[in-house]
Design a binder for this molecule. Structure first.
Ligand code: PAF
Length: 281
């Protein structure tokens, strides 16, 4: 497995692969890889001849008050995980390689980004769409893999490739959880022991919400109220949102008649965590 830092190196390697008619899978990440990322890499390795993983903490998707500086980084450990999972290439650029001084073009979106995380993180998806488009143009993969934990991001990327005729198949992969239910996230590393315990309230409340829907509840507000009530039993938890949205449009739904996403964002101490489940009618 190779680790490269420049766009030219990626292009040279991938074009050699393409000359040999090899298929390329791509897993974009911000590093500090865990089993969730590993499942994306493993899926790519199983479906493609070659797999590229990008590790880039993208400054453009962080607001000034967010955790860009403290975002965890460990390239050595990431490289070991990539290699043992079968990746062929890591692209690890510095911000200067991705954004020149006179950078001024952006990929942005309406609608899908107005609700959920887009509401509380107004510039986030512009940063995600811009960097992912750039990475797609650099790597030129056949398929790209994204986790369903970031369900809104997955919907946004699918919409973007459709709208902009980007010829890449987007593949969503299931949430990977710790044994006790906490969704794997690089940000879990911020949690103290007490916060780690408190964070279980996310998966616990969603589990209850899912049971309500499975037992026939179709009134979104009742589900939201119950999930909210459960989260509020945890003193360290502060709710950002609890929402029931249409799986495709990310708009709030009052009555569950179509496929929905039940999504939550909760701050545990200073750490903002997200989790969700999908329900198909
Ligand atoms: O999900 C992430 O880790 C990031 O948002 C992504 C897709 C790598 C873009 O920076």
């Amino acid at each position: 497995m190779q680790i490269v830092t420049t766009i030219n190196e990626v292009r040279t390697i991938v074009s050699e692969w393409k000359k040999q008619n090899l298929t390329v899978g791509f897993v974009p990440t911000m590093g500090y890889l865990h089993e969730g990322h590993q499942s994306l890499i493993a899926k790519s390795v199983s479906q493609n001849d070659k797999t590229v993983v990008s590790i880039f903490v993208n400054p453009m998707q962080f607001s000034p008050n967010e955790d860009l500086e403290s975002y965890p980084r460990d390239l050595e450990k990431d490289a070991i995980l990539c290699e043992k999972t079968g990746a062929d290439l890591i692209f690890h650029p510095q911000p200067e390689e991705m954004y020149s001084n006179n950078f001024c073009s952006f990929v942005d979106m309406n609608g899908l980004t107005n609700n959920l995380c887009g509401k509380s993180r107004p510039i986030h998806f512009r940063g995600v769409c811009t960097v992912v488009s750039k990475l797609f143009n650099i790597v030129k993969p056949d398929k790209a893999y994204f986790g369903e934990k970031d369900a809104q991001q997955l919907a946004v990327i699918k919409q973007m490739v459709n709208d902009l005729n980007i010829d890449i198949k987007i593949i969503g992969c299931p949430i990977v959880r710790e044994a006790d239910g906490l969704a794997k996230s690089s940000r879990n590393t911020y949690l103290s022991d007490k916060e780690r315990q408190a964070a279980l309230i996310l998966s616990k409340s969603l589990k209850y919400g899912k049971t309500l829907i499975e037992n026939g509840e179709r009134n979104s507000q009742k589900i939201i109220d119950k999930i909210t009530e459960i989260i509020n039993t945890e003193p360290l938890a502060v709710i950002d949102y609890v929402s029931v949205v249409d799986s495709l449009t990310m708009e709030n739904v009052k009555t569950i008649e179509k496929d929905v996403l039940v999504a939550i964002a909760v701050k545990i101490g200073k750490t903002r965590l997200i989790d969700n489940f999908s329900y198909s009618v």
